[in-house]
Structures are given as structure tokens and as C-alpha cells.
Design a protein around this ligand. Structure first.
Ligand code: NOJ
Length: 726
């Protein structure tokens, strides 16, 4: 269709039909759905009529080829103008083949593999009828109390941009319009949902414009620059106004400044939530504020369909503002060719072949292997020798709850558990498997059995963590240690005098008190996805070598939170040569540094960094500096190292972070080998928002750091001698 054909279609639409396009409802509302009429809880109270449903623009949370075809065809029979529905769903890290959670994916520092995972997710979802995925989630996160950190790629703005782009490329592919195996992406949650105060979900966000622009906004922008079709509003306030009714954020910034002309959708119920937020008196005012802010689709509340027509007739809003939203929605439908092929990509037979395909599981395993982070490995206890007798203990040993809270169609019963993977790998007589405790309870009998099993083994492997309900949406915790029964189990096992290897399954950086003391080795496995068990066994036995690095700091304790690598120095930095003992920025009872910093992760081999050199120590707007560093494998395994480059601007007009990640490279080295890794420094990389928000660099002194994580680095200074600006 051309724009004029869409406009002609719009001319035939009544105002009510147009407004209904802005409504998004869950599957059970629709005729043709296998769940039709199963409307319970708050959904049942929604003032939605048959007329609204007949004319609704989109549906969420439905998939499955037969189901989608049934809903779409029934809808088309009933919709006067034959306007197809858009099907949207949360395909966050896999559809049926579940990949590790995004925080884990980020720890692979492998955007290509991340892109591949999104491509596969799109392929499986599209053949099952999904047109739009509510992903990627690119909220920058610094507070592990917040349950949704596992949906993010971590605390660093640069890395978040890299992954935002990779996910959008993967979901949408190079030709969204013509490739029915791709899905449109919807970046979320705009904006700064990850900065919820005190890590409590849906809580207030209050950031300076500088923090927003410098750290939080770039990843959303990166997704849009990559062509991301949609944006979802955040639940939180931004500068005192809920994002969903925030004109400054949505109109002035997103639309006018950034030029975004795709669809803006509210998060679930967020339009009506303007009332409890305290910026709207009732549904009508909520509708008014949201439409004025530029929200095109209202997800799962009925303020628009109930009140927009009235607001037009009262002259509170122009009909043009509704037309604008409808045009955007119809334009996406048209772009996806839904008017010609309302069943775009969806195919009952193909679905059977594509969804959960063996090749997809293989990629999931590869990604899980690269996402696990080895946090501790005393006395090189890992990798294990195959001759050892193993006691496999803990609530996650035979648990399929390793997919994470967003696992669409992934079934826990089908996930490869540690037990299954071990049984494939070792003769049964070398394995003694007991539960030890549940996630949050323990009995004396369980404890006894565990100690008994551990006493006769050579090595104890303990699989502990948080169940998937303990993180994710509304999954916040103030105590981010392992649940007490699991710590009790570890403590008891430590009395057996055998080496303990702890595997952690969880969705957030944890306070590892108790775990660190009692474990000889710790492997952070996150929620590793469908093939988790096999990936972990490969790592434990050295069939694969750990290479993952943290993208979110692990605090010493919850009192340090938020603790992140790119903080400021303060006027009284701890450890400065002239620092006083007391009056410096520090805690009396804990260090300032986290337990494990951003970028940290061990391998079975060791890497040594040397000879950080620059081709020049003077940079101008027209020149580049080439930095080189030698990285050697001085251990005895072939290993992959993620070489990280950071820069610090020593004196800015505005205070600059202690370090900012600017580049990284992954290299594989055989024992004894050395590779020279190169990084090109340009003046553009040194630009930031100045006091007046102009984006430019500062002349003066900088430090380049190269290293294996954000703390263990080599450094070299250089000067910028001419200033550049956008
Ligand atoms: C609420 C969540 O915040 C959002 O991420 C999700 O996409 C929607 N629900 C739809 O399920």
C-alpha cells in the first residue's frame, strides 16, 4: 500500500474504528481464541465491548500457528474494513528454544552470537504467528535488588548499545518487510526503568538530565538507529512525570529530537496507572495525558476506547492526533504486508519443524557456554578430571527452572538439567545425586543425606541459586544473598573436607557471603536456558573453557549498592596519596570496590598483559592514535580472552567517570602464544555532554587503560590537543 492508500482506508474509518486501532488486548478477548472468554481478575473489569474487540488493532501474548490463524481469520470476518490484527508477544531470549537470560548473554561479550540468538527467536516466533516482539529491553541497571536486571545487558552504556543493536538486527533481519521469518522489535522501557529507586520495581526514577543523556538514553537511541520499529513506555516517572504521560520525554525528545516516527506503545496498564501515580484524576484524564504525550497503543486498559471520542467532541484534542497514531499502526501493518498476507510467516506444518530445532538448541548451548562466568577457581580445581567421584547436590541439580522468568514457550520439563547432563557424561557409579535442600527450605534428613553423599565423593558439586520467581518483573529482593537454607547446606558440606564447586543459577549479581567462604570454585551460570546442563558439564570438564565476563558488578554486600565501575572520583577519593584516614569517601565497614568488578571473569588458563604502547601521545580532531597491547597465554589451556579498553578524561568541564569502556576484542590463544591487540583512539570517542549539553571533547590529559577487567589494567596517558564537537 502507498501512504495515500492507507490514508484512503483511514477516510473510510469511523472515529470509533480509528480509536479501537489504538487498543491492545490479550488473546482471551478474541473470538477464535482457544481461551476465548477466560477473562479473569482485572481483565474482567475492563469496560470492553464486542465492538471494541471487533475493531481492536492488536493482540498480545498469543502465539502458536493454529491459534493465530484462527484469531486472525475470525477477526477479518468480523472487522468491517478487513484490517488485520498485529500479534505482539514477549519473545525476550527465545521462543521455544530458550537462550540464556540477556544479562548472561551480555557476559559472553559476543554480539554476533547474541544477534544469532535473536534471529532464531524471531524465526521460531514468526512461524508461530508473532509479528512484533517486546524486546530488546535495554534499561541500564546498577541495582541488583531490582528483579529485572536479568533482562538487561548490564551497567555499561557502551555495551548496552552494542547489544541493543545486535538484538534489533537479529529480530528484524536485513529486510523486515519482505522476510516473513523476522519480527519487528520494540525497544523498552523508555526511559530509565532500570533506575527504580532502591531497586523496587515500578518505583520512582529521578535522574538528572545529565545522567539520563550520558548513561541511560544511549542504548534506546542505538536500537532506534538500527531501525527498531517500536518503543514501549516505562512504568516509572521521569523527572516527576510518569513516562507514559510525559510529553517532554515522548514528544520533545523521542519524536522531535530523535525523529522517531514508529509506534509508541504503553507498558501493560500504564495509561490507567497515571491515576495512582497522581497525575490524572480519572481514566479520561489519563487518556488525555497519554495521547498528548504521544502514546499510540494503550496496552490492556480501556481509557482510550472509553474517552478519546469524547475528548475530541469536547475539543480537548484534535482528531488529527488520533489519526497520527492510527497512521503509524497501519503503516507497520502495511510494512509487514499484513493487508496482503494477514497470516504473514505463520505456518502450522513448518512450525513443527522450525520451533525448537536441534540447530537452534546447539546455538543456545554455545551461548550458554560463553555466558557462564568463572568467579573463583582455587588451586585450579577446575577443570575436573573424569576419574573423580562426584557428589552432585542442591536444589538446582535436577531442576528445569533454569530458563529464566521470560521463557515464552520454553518448557522447564524439556530443559537439560545438570543431572541429565552428568548422567550422559559420567558412569552412574561415579555419581551420587541428592537434593540437599529446596530453594527456601531444608530438613535435617536432607542435610544428613547430603553430608553422607559428600563424604564418600572426591569432589562436591553444589547447584544453588534463586528460583525464577525470585527475579524478573516484581521479583525484587533486599537480601541478595543465597536463601539461608542453601547457605546452611554449603556450610555443612564444607565440614566434609572435600573440594566444593558451586554452580550458581540466578538472575542478579548476588552478595556471595557464605558461598565464597565455602567454595573452592564458583561458576556463575545465571539462567542458562534450554541446554544449560550440557553447557555447564562441558565447562566443568574442560570440553569448553570459560570465557564469560561480568557486565554488572557483584557487590560485597547490599549496602554498597549501587556499585558500578564507571563512577566519579569525588573530591575526597579513598586511596589518594594525600588522603586523610577518615574524611574520605568510603565505608567504615566495607571496601568501596565491589567483590567482582565489571569485566571480571576467569579462565582455566592465565593471560598476561604487557607493552601497552601508543603510536603517538598527542591526538587531534584529524588524527588517530593506535594503541597496542600484547596479551599472552601463560597458562596451560587454549583460552578465549576478552580484551577491554577503557578511557578516562582526567579534567573535563563536567566530571567524567573514572573509566569508560570504549572497545573490546575477543581473542583465542594457545598456551605460550602472544597476540598484539589494537585499538584506535579518535577524538570522537572523547566527546560527551558539556554543561550546556553540547556534545564535544575537552582538550587536555586522558588515560587509556587496557586489561582483563575494569580494575586490573595497564595504563598509558595521552593528550588531546584540539577540541571537536558535533
Ligand atoms: C509488562 C512488562 O513490563 C513488559 O516488559 C512486557 O513487555 C509487558 N508486560 C507485556 O507482557
Amino acid at each position: 500500500m502507498t501512504t495515500s492508500t492507507i490514508q484512503n482506508l483511514m477516510k473510510q474509518m469511523t472515529l470509533d474504528e480509528k480509536i479501537a486501532q489504538l487498543l491492545q488486548l490479550a488473546g482471551p478477548f478474541f473470538k477464535g481464541s482457544s481461551e476465548q472468554g477466560h477473562i479473569t481478575g482485572p481483565m474482567a473489569a475492563m469496560p470492553i465491548s464486542d465492538e471494541h474487540i471487533k475493531n481492536a488493532g492488536s493482540v498480545l501474548g498469543v502465539s502458536g500457528a493454529a491459534e493465530v490463524i484462527s484469531i486472525q481469520s475470525t477477526h477479518l470476518e468480523n472487522n468491517r474494513l478487513g484490517i488485520p490484527l498485529l500479534f505482539m508477544a514477549d519473545i525476550v531470549h527465545g521462543y521455544k528454544t530458550i537462550f540464556p537470560v540477556p544479562l548472561a548473554i551480555a557476559c559472553s561479550w559476543d554480539p554476533e552470537l547474541a544477534q544469532k540468538s535473536a534471529e532464531i527467536a524471531a524465526k521460531e516466533a514468526a512461524v508461530s504467528g508473532v509479528h512484533v516482539t517486546f524486546a530488546p529491553m535495554v534499561d541500564l541497571v546498577r541495582d541488583p535488588r531490582w528483579g529485572r536486571v536479568m533482562e538487561s545487558t548490564g551497567e555499561d552504556s557502551y555495551l548496552n548499545q552494542v547489544f541493543a543493536k545486535a538484538f534489533v538486527r537479529g529480530f528484524q533481519g536485513p529486510d523486515l518487510a519482505n522476510d516473513p521469518q523476522s519480527v519487528a522489535a520494540c525497544v523498552k522501557h523508555f526511559a530509565a526503568y532500570g533506575a527504580a529507586e532502591a531497586g523496587r520495581d515500578y518505583n520512582t526514577v529521578d535522574l538528572s538530565e545529565r545522567q539520563l543523556r550520558e548513561f541511560y538514553l544511549p542504548a534506546y537511541k542505538a536500537a532506534l538507529n538500527e531501525g527498531c520499529e517500536m518503543v514501549m513506555t516505562a512504568f516509572n516517572t521521569v523527572d516527576g512525570i510518569p513516562a507514559t504521560g510525559n510529553e517532554k520525554l515522548m514528544r520533545s525528545l523521542l519524536r522531535d529530537e530523535w525523529g522517531f516516527d514508529g509506534i509508541l506503545i504503553s507498558d501493560w496498564g500504564a495509561v490507567k496507572e497515571l491515576i495512582p501515580h497522581g497525575v490524572a484524576e480519572d481514566d479520561k484524564e489519563a487518556a488525555l495525558k497519554a495521547i498528548k504525550a504521544g502514546v499510540d497503543i494503550e496496552m490492556m486498559t480501556a481509557c482510550y476506547v472509553q474517552h478519546l471520542a469524547e475528548l475530541v467532541s469536547e475539543g480537548e484534542i484534535e482528531e488529527a492526533i488520533i489519526d497520527e497514531a492510527v497512521l503509524r499502526i497501519l503503516t507497520l501493518k502495511d510494512k509487514l504486508r499484513l493487508f496482503e498476507k494477514p497470516n504473514r510467516g505463520v505456518d502450522v506444518e513448518l512450525e513443527q519443524q522450525v520451533v525448537g530445532h536441534q540447530d537452534h538448541l546447539q546455538v543456545s548451548k554455545e551461548l550458554a557456554t560463553k555466558s557462564c562466568v568463572l568467579l573463583k577457581n582455587d588451586h585450579h580445581i577446575l577443570p575436573l578430571n573424569k576419574n573423580k567421584n562426584i557428589a552432585l547436590i542442591g536444589p538446582f541439580v535436577d531442576s528445569g527452572d533454569i530458563l529464566g522468568p521470560w521463557s515464552a514457550l520454553g518448557l522447564k520439563e524439556e530443559a537439560v538439567t545438570l543431572k541429565q547432563a552428568f548422567e550422559k557424561h559420567l558412569p552412574i557409579e561415579q555419581l551420587n545425586i541428592v537434593t540437599g535442600c529446596h530453594v527456601e527450605t531444608i530438613s535435617s534428613q536432607q542435610l544428613e543425606e547430603a553430608v553422607h553423599a559428600a563424604s564418600s565423593a572426591d569432589v562436591i558439586i553444589v547447584a544453588v541459586g534463586e528460583d525464577s520467581e525470585m527475579s524478573g518483573e516484581a521479583g525484587c529482593r533486599t537480601n541478595i544473598q543465597l536463601p539461608a537454607p542453601q547457605l546452611e547446606l554449603l556450610k555443612a558440606l564444607a565440614t566434609c573436607g572435600k573440594p566444593i564447586i558451586t554452580i550458581l543459577f540466578n538472575g542478579r549479581p548476588l552478595d556471595l557471603h557464605g558461598v565464597l567462604e565455602y567454595s573452592d570454585a564458583i561458576l556463575e551460570a545465571w539462567y542458562p536456558g534450554s541446554e544449560g546442563g550440557s553447557a555447564i558439564v562441558d565447562l566443568l570438564y574442560g570440553i569448553a573453557i570459560p570465557s564469560g565476563k561480568l557486565t554488572m558488578s557483584f557487590p560485597v554486600n547490599v549496602g554498597q549498592v549501587p556499585v558500578y565501575y564507571n563512577h566519579f572520583n569525588t573530591g575526597r577519593p579513598k586511596g589518594a596519596p594525600d588522603a586523610q584516614e577518615r574524611y574520605v569517601s568510603q565505608y567504615l565497614d566495607a571496601p568501596n570496590d565491589p567483590m567482582f568488578p565489571f569485566g571480571f571473569g576467569l579462565s582455566y588458563t592465565q593471560f598476561s598483559y604487557s607493552d601497552l604502547e601508543l603510536t603517538s601521545t598527542q591526538l587531534t580532531t584529524d588524527t588517530e592514535i593506535t594503541a597496542t597491547v600484547n596479551v599472552s597465554n601463560v597458562g596451560s589451556f587454549t583460552g578465549e580472552e576478552i580484551v577491554q579498553f577503557y578511557i578516562q578524561d582526567l579534567v573535563g568541564e563536567v566530571v567524567r567517570p573514572m573509566k569508560e569502556l570504549k572497545s573490546f576484542q575477543s581473542i583465542t590463544l594457545e598456551p605460550g602464544d602472544t597476540k598484539q591487540v589494537t585499538f584506535t583512539i579518535t577524538e570522537q570517542q572523547l566527546r560527551y555532554h558539556h554543561a550546556d549539553f553540547s556534545f564535544k571533547s575537552d582538550k587536555g590529559s586522558f588515560i587509556l587503560y587496557a586489561g582483563t577487567n575494569s580494575i586490573d589494567v595497564l595504563s598509558h596517558s595521552f593528550q588531546l590537543i584540539s577540541q571537536g564537537r558535533n
